[in-house]
Design a protein around this ligand. Structure first.
Ligand code: M6R
Length: 615
């Protein structure tokens, strides 16, 4: 987490940094800070809270300088306050550093530095790193870049950093391992950022630094790219970024999350584009086609992910088992990597991640690769670390997702998983021709059905939100492929409205959670016609008998459940296999409306960040 930014060139750095930090705030918003350099000196400003707090604090100052670095923080070591905010300064006041990531061996290094007379103001691992660089530089009389390189070879952990030496403001040294770092390049200027969005107004020519690379940026000089391990000089490959700036604006919407919810008919269409060719009965996914034999011969598949992507993985399990008849295990990335999983050569591991930067998922991917697995990635962010490191994969093409609560990425992930399951099912002759063709037709109708879902019950969702926005608990129930949707609905509510919510398989309720039900407990239950409908009616009766309040997601034309429920939200009829693509929509809207009525900052919920680049 954390966002870093930097500028070196001929323009005033301050507006570039402060506006850029705003765009990186989704990565963390506990505190922020900037350092702007001038001949033999610098101005350093930090503030607890969001970037606008920092801006407010320094709005009356004249901040001049054409070199600068900035940071927006998601706290790991030390509470969010001004002292722990970045940039951090070395003991001699010569070196100024920003950092995204975690230095795992910082404690051992700190002890050595303390023994050598260093002192520390903050509780951060970053202050240890900047002083380690100073210690190595002074002891060995090295250039900044060589001191950085040698120091980073002593580091265990993850980082993207930018560092400036006070007496040499014409140079910034940057480096990356594990955390993302993009470098925008124009004539006579460089832009540094955790993702390229902050510098798109200035340049689309960029490189993404790879793990283990560092660069020395000098005013009016060519980029100097090197390997951290041995200082080997590299030839940079500069690419033109294909990002549409409109996609990262809120437009008429109050929050990005709402915009992203309403974008789903289009984003699902984008995911299907060029892949689902209904007329020819074809599904085209290069990453599967070029590895056809691996998928045909697969004995099992393991899917690894975190958060919402983990919920999509559970839906993938259902789809792959049902349509391709392959046994699937779904694992939390953070658990997978610490328990010596049984993965053999050529086993298939699928990793799913919106950001493509989630530290646990990235580590799980690396572990799977060291065990010889064939790793297939489903990512949204093009060129992200996970996307670059897999053997093959499919992008979700949902466009930039800015709201911390994932919505359109989730439906795009499910869409890719449906395509995958159908394609592999056909290869393995596990699905009949008629079922395959029918599901392809149904899949083609999804964008229109999602569009309808968004319109059908807007008003009832607002009404339900008004009634229940003040409760302390919610229960979400679903069965079969809609059980993960119940988990996702509960997660959405928790993360943006701070109401405690739990998702359960509907039938499991009687093994414990039923004890929670009384007249104050709203229960959201997914009761679509094709998914164990009769059994779900039984579950609803059990809740009603204990005076619980039922909010039911039903199909258009439903009668039975609608008669029992306190509130109903209708979704279009669709095959059970594809139903999560419509049933999740009202749950996203319900979470949004409740958080909105409670006055929460929907896009930036407390304690969270969009990409979790720490383990
Ligand atoms: O970028 P990823 O899909 O790897 O992120 C995984 C989770 O951190 C993410 O889904 C998180 O749970 C979201 N805040 C959910 O809305």
């Amino acid at each position: 987490m954390c966002g870093i930014i930097g500028y070196l060139g001929y323009r005033e750095a301050y507006p570039i940094l402060i506006n850029g930090l705003k765009k990186l705030e989704y990565r963390g918003y506990d505190s922020s800070g900037i350092a702007i350099f001038y001949e033999n000196g610098y101005s350093l400003y930090k503030s607890k809270g969001k970037v606008h707090e920092l801006k407010k604090k320094i709005s009356s100052y004249k901040i001049k300088g054409t070199t600068g670095i900035g940071h927006t923080r998601w706290a790991t070591h030390g509470i969010p306050d001004d002292i722990n905010a970045h940039p951090h300064v070395s003991n001699s006041n010569e070196l100024i550093l920003i950092h995204n990531g975690i230095i795992e061996n910082y404690h051992a290094i700190k002890i050595i530095l303390l023994k050598n007379g260093f002192t520390f103001k903050s509780k951060t691992d970053t202050e240890v790193l900047v002083n380690l660089i100073e210690y190595i530089q002074k002891k060995n009389k090295l250039s900044l870049e060589e001191a950085v390189r040698i120091s980073l070879n002593e580091i265990v952990g993850a980082y993207s950093i930018a560092i400036v030496e006070k007496s040499h403001p014409e140079r910034i040294v940057i480096a990356k391992l594990g955390s993302p770092l993009a470098l925008g390049i124009n004539e006579r200027e460089f832009f540094i950022a955790s993702d390229p969005i902050p510098f798109l107004d200035y340049t689309k020519n960029a490189i993404y630094l790879k793990d283990g690379e560092m660069a020395i940026l000098r005013k009016d000089q060519e980029l100097d790219l090197r390997k951290i391990v041995d200082n080997h000089k590299l030839s940079p490959i500069i690419k033109e970024l294909q990002i549409n700036l409109k996609e990262i604006e809120k437009g008429e919407y109050k929050y990005f999350m709402l915009k992203e919810i309403y974008e789903q008919p289009k984003t699902i269409l984008d995911t299907l584009r060029g892949r689902l060719l209904i007329k020819n009965g074809l599904i085209c996914i290069n990453g599967i086609e070029s590895n056809k034999d691996i998928f045909i011969n697969a004995k099992s598949i393991t899917i690894v992910a975190c958060g919402t992507s983990w919920h999509a993985s559970l839906i993938g399990e259902y789809l792959l088992e049902e349509l391709a008849r392959i046994p699937v295990e779904v694992e939390y990335a953070s658990e997978f990597r610490y328990r010596n999983p049984i993965i053999e050569k050529k086993d298939i591991v699928i990793v799913i991640s919106q950001s493509g930067e989630t530290a646990d998922t990235l580590s799980a991917l690396n572990l799977a690769k060291t065990k010889g697995a064939f790793v297939f990635g489903i990512c949204n962010v093009v060129g992200s670390s996970i996307a670059r490191n897999v053997d093959a994969g499919a992008y979700t093409h949902a466009g930039p997702e800015i709201g911390v609560a994932s919505t359109k990425a989730f439906t795009a992930q499910i869409t890719v998983l449906v395509l995958l399951a159908l394609k592999i099912g056909k290869y393995r002759l596990a699905i009949t021709e008629s079922r395959y063709n029918y599901l392809c037709q149904e899949l083609g109708s999804i964008p229109e059905k999602v569009n309808r879902t968004l319109k059908i019950d807007e008003e009832s969702i607002k009404k339900i939100s008004k009634v229940y926005h003040n409760v302390n608990n919610f229960l979400y129930l679903g069965r079969g492929i809609n059980f993960p949707v119940a988990l996702e609905g509960a997660l959405k509510l928790k993360e943006i409205s701070y109401i405690h919510a739990e998702g359960y398989p509907a039938a499991e309720m009687k093994h414990g959670p039923i004890a929670l039900i009384d007249e104050n407990m709203p229960v959201v239950i997914i009761a679509t016609k094709k998914g164990c409908y009769e059994k779900i009616i039984g579950n609803i009766q059990e809740i009603k008998a204990r005076k619980g309040k039922i909010i039911a997601i039903v199909n258009e034309g439903d009668i039975q459940v609608s008669m029992l429920a306190d509130y109903v939200i209708k979704v279009p009829n669709i095959s059970e296999e594809l139903s999560p693509l419509v049933t999740v929509i009202p749950l996203q809207l319900l979470a949004y409306q409740i958080a909105f009525i409670r006055g929460e900052n929907v896009d930036q919920p407390r304690n969270l960040a969009k990409s979790v680049t720490v383990e």
